[in-house]
Design a protein around this ligand. Sequence first.
Ligand SMILES: Nc1ncnc2c1ncn2[C@@H]1O[C@H](COP(=O)(O)OP(=O)(O)O)[C@@H](O)[C@H]1O
Ligand SMILES: [Mg+2]
Length: 232
Amino acid sequence: MLQVTELNQFYGGSHILRGLSFSAQPGEITCLLGRNGVGKTTLLKCLMGLIPAKSGEIRWQDNPINAWKPHQRVRAGIAYVPQGREIFPRLTVEENLLMGLSRYRAAEAKTVSAEIYQLFPVLQAMKQRRGGDLSGGQQQQLAIGRALASRPQLLILDEPTEGIQPSVIKEIGSVIRQLARRGDMAILLVEQFYDFAAELADQYMVMSRGEIVQRGRGVDMEVDGVRGLVAI
Ligand SMILES: Nc1ncnc2c1ncn2[C@@H]1O[C@H](COP(=O)(O)OP(=O)(O)O)[C@@H](O)[C@H]1O
Ligand SMILES: [Mg+2]
């Protein structure tokens, strides 16, 4: 389980994250919603150790990990799909996945990549194509596939539906749900697309100006009026 307590972060003099506290449980999809600029990506970067938290505690599987480097967090089972995808455009799909598989022995790498191709058949079909030649939606699937190569117990996704066509959004949603149903992975999903979030969320949080201003169970999002809070 991920447990964040009273997290604070600043850029220069601006207070970006203001005392955030929440947890994410295995087998659950935790959706974080909020408009542009409220601090969602900053929070995820703190969770990954890409920027240091100013104060507060990040605990993962009962260890305080504030001081851990990003690669230590990845090794401890945390995977991150950044906003904008950031795949390697000049490498093939297969090579992009291999970057995530490099720590396995050959036989194990084969099993893991077979699992990824099973979740995203399009990646198998496009194995030899360069990442940069894929559509936005395919690149997003590749970015998620690459994150899964580390066999994470916490998967963090930053706006995976941004700029992606509806049919691929559906496929990505179904993969996220499948992963959660396995029961051993916690999923933290940052989204601005309300319908996608509402369909997937076991629990939700709404962030505004660096604070969580509302939270609840996913099934209650509509009656809680979350749509109105995040509509652009
Ligand atoms: N590297 C940075 N330096 C200074 N300010 C930043 C930096 N990155 C983001 N910000 C500012 O911090 C706030 C939160 O940004 P961000 O976490 O990207 O929000 P979100 O992901 O919710 O859109 C915004 O006001 C943004 O302009
Ligand atoms: Mg963002």
